[in-house]
Write a protein that binds this ligand. Sequence first.
Ligand SMILES: [Zn+2]
Length: 287
Amino acid sequence: MARDIIDDRLIGALHVRALSRAGLQHDSVDEHVAVQAGTLAALMEGGYDGDATLAEILNLGDLGLGTVQHLDGELIVLDGAAWAARADGRVDTLDGSVRTPFAVVCRFRPTASVHCEGPWTLVEVQDQIDRVARSGATAPADAIVAVRATGRFTDLRLRSVARQHPPYAPLRDVVAHQTEWHVDSAVGTVVGFRFPDAIAGVEVPGHHLHFLSDDRATGGHVIDLTMLDGDVQVQTCDDLHVELPAGVSLGTPGAVDRDDVQRVEGGHGGPVDAASGAATDPRRPPR
Ligand SMILES: [Zn+2]
């Protein structure tokens, strides 16, 4: 069955293609393609019921991030498996039947890497991601960059959000009650993406990173961290295939309230709680 292409456009060097769920199921696996379910704009408006399953997403990529049905935690996809970091700090493995309203993955085959002998701040890690990605022979400045950084980390500030119940509140209201916690040190992996600004609204512009510890005891959306040592690997993708649930459109990429995005995702690694005035809790979450 041919995939259902309802939109097809170029944004700079980045090729964005919209797919129906049937299109997603029949999409081809390509290491230069990042595959996404849903859009950030729809999520920001409270669209927490996705129609794509993790099995469908994992069929098209083995590394990525997002959230899960009912906004019940931060999604981490690593080595072809999926976990959710819940608001109470637990990390649960997820099976393929779990649905997601917002997730992006790629088939990760690193095209460049840099060894870290830190400590590197989060901003330094982000700068290294950009620098290494640019060093790749085929990486345009506005390419999508997938990231996998493995090593030892300290002073992690992680966050997650609590499961929501209909009628859903907008994401900015949910994030105002997010749980944020501090992890002194952990060995693990940071996964994520850097998306070009032109794609804001479809995706989180800038760096968007999630963490999962090797012992699977902690994880979440990265607000801050220090990388002590390890390896930062990147892969550039020049196509983004976006699966759109019924009623969700691709919109106009780039046309989104940047302050709102910064508030809910802190995509550029800035002080998300300072920007929103959100009441975050720096304690470890209850176990
Ligand atoms: Zn996140």
